[in-house]
Design a protein around this ligand. Structure first.
Ligand code: F3S
Length: 412
């Protein structure tokens, strides 16, 4: 890799030893991916604050960096944590996991990290601009950043994002380069999509076909909402390794199909239709149980926006979650506070639904699920199906809330 003088000095240890460690890691990763240079990044979104996945070694590594005076040189936010640090006791988490969580969070905060613990940093003030290079973790946020905001990031892992925060650089490969951002397959949408969950189903359908290729969508209305794009971004990333997409006339790199394809020509064998049949079949293929078998309901994946919380509050109004069913709406702590202040939270909680902030089932410890012994879960997000079924072993029903609200609640 060709390094600038400043980058070489960091690598030679002329700045400090934590920055040197970070640069060593980034150079090694860059050489693996044949990157020719580094690019400056304007922000980092770190991986989950999760002592379980970081393990003892990872946790010690992060704490050591903080002890040795490591400091983030650009804004860095955190993805969902393994527990809600303000409601861990009432949710039944152990003292031990709380202690480990506090230790890891403390180290990140000491280095300058902002503990927002959410997968939607772009909805709480951390939104990079078009063309800016960033180093983000969290697959749904990475897709949203590339596709909807037009900023540039690969799907970073915990160590590379941490290193990028310490030196403000990342190797230039993958989605940082123009040639990897062009569309390589096309999805023609010829059915009406009604709401967030239908967009998530389209994302899931596309992720399965595209794998790591960049898709372009035609036939979607220019009125597609932020929440619909958010749900689509989460689903497309969980069904494949897609990290970027274009929608003609909607996303910033696709004012026209030709602009989004650049020099690429998409053949008819790489063109797919998503019609009413594909919508129905894809949705049905995700469910493994009926909604009546669910004793856990999880809504808001990626974390719910204030608009989604308002809609959930309207749906649950005049209803009560049935005995034996636990229902959660996931969101960021900032949006939860907002929902409390304007009254949506009260309505939701009086229906017996918990507004869960800072966390989600994905990074929660498996023991928590084993102890609770959930038999089945219902959710409006394919990404949540993926995590609850594969990492916690709980079979899922998938559909929009209006399809199963009568099953999980009774009218008051
Ligand atoms: Fe966010 Fe957890 Fe879903 S991190 S995208 S709520 S699996």
């Amino acid at each position: 890799m060709k390094l600038t003088r400043e980058e070489q000095e960091i690598l030679d240890g002329k700045k400090n030893d934590t920055a040197q460690k970070a640069m060593e890691l980034l150079v090694a990763v860059g050489e693996c991916y044949l990157a020719e240079r580094m690019v400056p990044v304007t922000s980092v979104h770190m991986s989950s604050v999760n002592p379980v996945t970081a393990g003892k070694g990872g946790t010690k590594f992060i704490k050591d960096l903080a002890e040795r005076g490591g400091k983030f040189v650009i804004p860095a936010t955190t993805n969902v944590a393994s527990i809600d640090p303000w409601a861990w006791q009432e949710m039944g988490f152990s003292e031990e996991i709380h202690r480990e969580h506090e230790g890891l969070s403390g180290a990140i905060e000491k280095m300058g990290g902002l503990l927002c613990n959410t997968c939607i940093p772009y909805l709480i003030g951390h939104a990079p601009r078009m063309g800016q290079h960033v180093a983000w973790c969290e697959s749904s946020a990475v897709v949203y950043a590339n596709a909807v905001l037009g900023s540039r990031t690969n799907r970073e892992g915990g160590p590379t994002a941490l290193a990028a925060a310490l030196v403000g650089k990342i190797p230039a490969y993958g989605y940082h380069l123009d040639e990897n951002r062009y569309a390589r397959l096309k999805i023609i949408v010829n059915t009406e999509l009604k709401g967030d969950t239908d967009y998530a189903t389209l994302g899931y359908f596309t992720g399965r076909i595209a794998q790591d290729r960049v898709p372009i969508f035609s036939g979607l209305p220019p009125t597609v909402s932020q929440d619909e794009l958010k749900y689509m971004s989460g689903a497309i990333a969980c069904a494949g390794s897609v990290s970027h997409y274009h929608i003609v006339g909607v996303t910033p790199e696709a004012p026209t199909e030709a602009a989004a394809c650049g020099p690429m020509r998409i053949s008819s064998s790489d063109t797919f239709v998503f019609g009413p049949k594909e919508l129905k079949e894809t949705e049905e293929s995700i469910s493994k149980i009926g909604p009546g078998e669910a004793d856990l309901v999880v809504l808001g994946c990626p974390h719910a926006s204030i608009h989604q919380i308002k809609r959930y509050a309207e749906s649950f109004s005049g209803r009560k979650v049935k005995r034996g069913v636990e229902a959660w709406i996931l969101t960021s702590s900032l949006i939860k506070k907002y929902a409390e202040e304007i009254g949506y939270a009260k309505g939701i909680e009086s229906a017996g639904v918990r507004l869960v902030s800072n966390t989600c089932p994905s990074p929660m410890p498996l023991e928590f699920f084993v102890k609770r012994g959930y038999r089945g879960a219902a959710t409006d997000s394919p990404k949540m199906v993926y995590y609850i079924s594969t990492t916690k072993g709980v079979p899922c029903y998938y559909g929009s809330l209006d399809k199963f609200i009568d099953v999980i609640t009774s009218k008051r």
